[in-house]
Design a protein. Structure first.
Length: 504
């Protein structure tokens, strides 16, 4: 229904007044006459009843006028005469309505909840109801979901009742549930800053909500109920829509002013919040020594063959230029093309070193492994790949065969994968690097001593204190430092997002 009629342009209240309470209770209007059509608006009494001789409202939708109601007799014939699509006289609700049957397209003219024609995808039953043609598919889907749920529940129960076989691995104190994550660094400064930001959002949302409540109570409490009122009949809905439209238009200035003020205040409040996070981060950094406190970033390295001892040469040159002891140098090699192979090799080497440094304790009692169907499934499907990765030429053919023979029943090693590290290094370049010093003071002294730059293989190197933890650097992308490459990627990303939005 249109909420505002050109034929009845009457506001619910005076523009300077508050919203009326007529929507909440009857205003005592005189009862309407039978077959007297009237367009309702925001001033109409939503609780007004028809006389007993014609006790129900019918909505005439054939005259082109919305919300045009008249009181008719409680018979199917009277309802159909006004609106053929609403043939059911509902005396309890006081309206003519359509039959309440899901999937019905055309109701019967008997005045009962029976259907004559069902919508597409439904079939008509003998009792005048509509039945979904695809119910068997829905039953099959629910059955599958039920089986999946039972499987997951059984798996969780199986995990809960298994005996403990890794008591040593479970040792260690846990943080209590009442730990203040705003102040306690349970997982680094990033987690602390994240929870401080979440706290700011919660407090600010409560402040915005309280401000809206106070504004609504001081201006018009209708702001608190707009869009929340419900109507039981079409006539009540027409009155409600008209009242809501007029009230919304009258109070629109309030909403606009509030949104503008909230936006500006949110921006202003975000400034001290961001500044506080920055100060907090620096304070934590001053109180704790981390890897970046000993690291210096080296820029403008010349492109060099990866087979040369670049890191050792660079270490010696830095020690000569700064007079400080350099613990080590890590070059940001351009290995995007060979990333998977090299990372597999590095991970395999780390596993070997971990096994040597921290061997598994020998238990005096062999703990039997669980033999439930879920435990066997975990060992067969979720076990880590036992493939060994080595550098090319590191192992002989006999050693490779011996490694494959050592695989147990749970782990299957088909072959030892070899990575041609020397061949890969020949194509690598070194655009960037990090140098690690023995102390933070040594790092600062080295940066200060090389303020004018350090000559290395024809290039002038630039040193500055690292602003990030070296382990968080995306090493394979350090080669993307050229401004033209960055501009190309930004433009490419823009058009990719534009194409995605257009497709959406």
């Amino acid at each position: 229904a249109r909420p505002f009629h050109r034929e009845h342009q009457s506001l619910a209240v005076d523009l300077v007044g508050r919203s009326p309470k007529a929507w909440l209770k009857s205003v005592g209007s005189p009862p309407p006459k039978c077959h007297d059509r009237k367009v309702v608006d925001s001033n109409s009494d939503k609780f007004l009843l028809c006389p007993k001789s014609c006790p129900i409202y019918a909505d005439d939708r054939a005259d082109g006028i919305d919300c045009n109601f008249e009181c008719v007799e409680a018979t199917p014939k009277s309802c159909i005469a006004v609106n053929p699509k609403e043939p059911v006289p509902d005396v309890e609700r006081g309206i003519c309505r359509a039959c309440i049957i899901y999937g019905c397209k055309t109701c019967t003219t008997e005045g009962q909840d029976t259907c004559a024609v069902c919508s597409s995808g439904y079939k008509l039953t003998a009792d005048g109801k509509c039945e979904n043609d695809h119910m068997l598919y829905w039953y099959a889907l629910f059955a599958v979901l039920g089986l999946v749920t039972v499987f997951i529940v059984a798996w969780v129960v199986d995990l809960a009742v298994r005996p403990m076989v890794n008591a040593d691995g479970l040792k260690g104190e846990l943080y209590p549930l009442d730990t203040n994550l705003l102040k306690t660094p349970v997982a680094g400064i990033g987690v602390q800053l994240h929870f401080n930001f979440q706290f700011f959002l919660i407090v600010w949302a409560l402040a915005i909500g309280l401000a809206w409540l106070l504004l609504s109570l001081s201006v018009d409490d209708a702001l608190l109920i707009l869009g929340t009122r419900r109507a039981k009949t079409a006539r009540q809905n027409c009155i409600l829509v008209a009242w809501g439209f007029e009230t919304q238009q009258r109070l629109m200035w309030t909403k606009i002013d509030f949104v503008v003020a909230a936006y500006l205040l949110t921006f202003l409040a975000a400034l001290p919040s961001a500044s506080g996070s920055c100060v907090f981060s620096k304070k934590v950094d001053m109180q704790n020594s981390t890897h970046k406190d000993y690291a210096a970033r080296i820029r403008n390295l010349p492109k060099m063959d990866g087979t040369e001892p670049v890191e050792e040469q660079l270490k010696q040159r830095l020690e000569e230029a700064t007079g400080q002891k350099v613990v080590g140098v890590s070059v940001c090699w351009d290995f995007q093309e060979y990333e998977d192979e090299l990372l597999e090799l590095i991970e395999s080497k780390l596993v070997e070193k971990e096994e040597k440094l921290h061997p598994m304790p020998v238990s005096t009692e062999d703990q039997p492994e669980p033999e439930s169907i879920f435990a066997r499934m975990e060992r067969s499907l979720l076990a880590a790949d036992a493939e060994r990765v080595v550098a090319k030429g590191e192992m002989t053919q006999e050693e490779i065969q011996a490694a494959a023979a050592q695989a147990n029943d749970e782990e299957h090693v088909e072959e030892c994968k070899e990575v041609d590290v020397v061949g890969i290094l020949k194509s690598l370049t070194c655009p960037d690097a990090y140098a690690i010093f023995a102390t933070e003071a040594a790092r600062d002294a080295a940066v200060e001593a090389t303020a004018g730059g350090v000559e290395f293989n024809g290039n002038t190197l630039k040193l500055n204190a690292s602003r990030v933890e070296p382990q968080t650097v995306n090493w394979k992308n350090r080669t993307n430092t050229d401004i033209s490459v960055k501009a190309k990627r930004v433009v490419m990303g823009f058009f990719i997002m534009l194409a995605g939005l257009a497709l959406w």
